[in-house]
Design a protein around this ligand. Sequence first.
Ligand code: SF4
Length: 336
Amino acid sequence: MKCNYCEWRCELGVDSFGVCRMYVAKDGVIQERFPHKWCTYAVSRVESVPFYHAYPGSRSLTIGSAGCNLACQYCVNAFIAKADPAVLQHNMYAFTPEKLVRLAVQRGCHTIVFNVNEPAVSLPSLLEVAKVARQAGIPMGCLTNAYTTVEATELLASVFSFVNVSLKGLAPAFCREYLGIPDSKPVLRNIARLASLVHVEVTTPVIQSVNDHELDEIAVFLAETDREIPWHVFRLLPEYKMKETEYPNIEAINAALEKSRRLLPYVYFHNFVGSEWVNTLCPQCGHTVIERFSLGCGGDKLARYHCKGNTCSECGYEIKLCGERIAWNGGEGRLV
Ligand code: SF4
């Protein structure tokens, strides 16, 4: 029986798994091998995920499961994403959707964000979490590689109201060598589809001399899809099979972004301490409307919020935002 969650469309049986090792075919349906098992839960700033244009300043319960459908040579979460899920699951949390949502509420979280591995490999569990989260009034977001089928992409959009797609590169040679997939066409198709359904941000993990020459082309694609998509150029510190690779040069990558900044109003360059390219400027008048810090190692933080609601306080231009600004300690203090 074919699995239809991602573009691999693996042939599955009762005891035979696909690329992600997270599904089997039983009783005529595709089933999760480890439903409602989570490798981690933590409280994070939404900016650290990263989301810069969704619920600014808020507190997220971040979760992940196991397994992945890609084979990124530089994966920073390989110890989870590439490990055997059958082995990992003995150390994972078995949380029902109700328990997960209760944890979010008890820790004062405003959202739940799936951010460790690929949500498409745990979609049935996430659909159930979404039902309970919706009843509790908690929006959900995720990071995804978007190497998903059209049907699964629409399911993702039904679970998550804000999504950050990792657009890692464009060229088929890069996709084959560094990601283990034939090409990026499904990812590009799904970014356009997701952008028509939910709030989308895009992240490109940049590795010097590997994919930095594609930055201009990625910017053109985003501009043609929706020029207001926030784009995170993430200075990747490679892990897994590329531990020895040199870290990207900040000045060189920043210079390479010059053209992109003329095409797109929301281009960010971060994942290093003290980045100057983490603030949001009003696309109309240039006023700084949101100030942030980059703390490095994926840690980012809201510093000052100068919008009036979601508009520029100087000229009234509507800034692309999903949800409202919520203070880290703000909210109802709901406990269930
Ligand atoms: S989700 Fe997993 S099993 Fe399904 S097609 Fe993708 S890699 Fe294969």
